[in-house]
Design a protein around this ligand. Structure first.
Ligand code: NAP
Length: 340
């Protein structure tokens, strides 16, 4: 089978190549998928640049891509609930990374039934950003109906999903984007869109219940300027916080480092009696099934920017790396490609 493989750390041109590989055999608790579509995420480019070295040890060549939609073609031992012919989607576990390939094994604990009303390309764009938004807004921030939430970068893969999820629980959604995307983001359901090229959101907002920071750096710290007392800031890009470090099981020395790096954020949070948490999303088939139901009920809609054929998988990674994607970037293996 054909698979896009990373041969060393570096850039897209020098470190990625298509290789022939053996079709893998599913182990106990796994299924083999014939991949129809995959989506890529900034974490894939981070892995390529070697930015995940401290948490992942690569044995090259290694596959790339974490989101997939496809068909079960073989089943390992001890697999209940899935059989050959099932159409499924997944954010695969870190030990199965490599969705830009014709076949892939996936742990059943990370699988969910593909929403019937979506194409594979549409479904492949959901898992990582969907689980990130769900775990950040619903599980950690506990966003509720009637609350005001600021979601940064509403036009990105995460933002375009988070806007819809926040609206689905009845929140009032404010988001930031550049001039060209204002109307497009409004159409996703945002109640107020702030054009960051023209306006400073810090001057326009106050008393937000929740800020969802997808940009990191100063954005995480500035979130407290617009937050109400007792509010919640959840970041997927800011500094790791001590509680998350503890839950991740980091050792004493690393936890000291985390405490040092997050001290300004934790001080700002304390000053507002607020919560600050950094979320590192986790693959989770059960939560993905819940999200799949929301797509089936048409409460959420897929947001695709571009679909690339498998042979142009490297171009897909380059496009995402530009930082200008509007929604999700997809690589299709067997799905009809329709770029509107
Ligand atoms: N911790 C985790 O588990 C986790 C999970 C998922 C993602 N993440 C991180 O979250 C970030 C977002 O991911 P993504 O998939 O949404 O990325 P993405 O799709 O590449 O985001 C691109 C979007 O960001 C917008 N943007 C860039 N700068 C902006 C700014 N200053 N203000 C407002 N919008 C801005 C762009 O809009 P314009 O073109 O209009 O500027 C573009 O639409 C990434 O850094 C990723 O690594 C972390």
């Amino acid at each position: 089978m054909k698979a896009l493989k990373m041969t060393r750390y570096g850039d897209i041109d020098s470190s990625l190549e298509f290789q022939s590989a053996e079709v893998p055999t599913p182990k106990a608790g796994e299924v083999l998928l014939r991949v129809h579509a995959a989506s890529i995420n900034p974490v894939d480019n981070m892995m390529l640049r070697g930015e995940l070295k401290s948490v992942r040890k690569e044995v090259f060549p290694v596959g790339i891509g974490r989101d997939v939609s496809g068909e079960v073609v073989a089943v390992g031992n001890n697999v209940a609930g899935y059989s050959v012919g099932d159409l499924v989607f997944s954010r695969v576990g870190e030990d199965h990374v490599g969705t830009i390939a014709e076949y892939l094994t996936v742990s059943v604990s990370h699988l969910a039934a593909k929403p019937k009303n979506l194409s594979h390309s549409e479904a492949a764009g959901i898992p990582l950003v969907g689980l990130t938004s769900y775990q950040s807004l619903i599980k950690v921030a506990g966003l509720k109906s009637g609350e005001k939430v600021l979601i940064h970068a509403g036009s990105g893969g995460v933002g375009s999903m988070a806007i819809q999820l926040a609206k689905s629980v009845g929140a009032y959604v404010v988001t930031t984007t550049s001039s060209a995307n204002v109307e497009w983001v409004k159409a996703l359901g945002a109640d107020l869109v702030i054009d960051y090229k023209k306006d400073d959101y810090r001057q326009l907002l106050s008393d937000m219940d929740v800020v969802f920071d997808t940009l990191g750096g100063q954005y995480a710290l500035d979130a407290f300027q617009v937050l109400k007392t007792g509010g919640r800031v959840v970041s997927v890009k800011g500094a790791l916080d001590p509680q998350t470090a503890k839950e991740l099981g980091l050792g004493w020395l690393l936890r000291k480092l985390v405490a040092l790096k997050s001290r300004k954020l934790m001080k700002a949070a304390k000053g507002k009696s607020a919560l600050y948490r950094m979320v590192i999303m986790e693959a989770n088939g059960e939560q993905l099934n819940e999200l799949g139901d929301l797509y089936q009920q048409k409460i959420l809609s897929p947001v695709i920017d571009k679909v690339y054929p498998l042979e142009q998988g490297k171009d897909a990674l380059s496009y995402l790396a530009s930082g200008r994607a509007k929604g999700k970037v997809i690589v299709s293996m067997n799905d009809p490609i329709s770029n509107k």
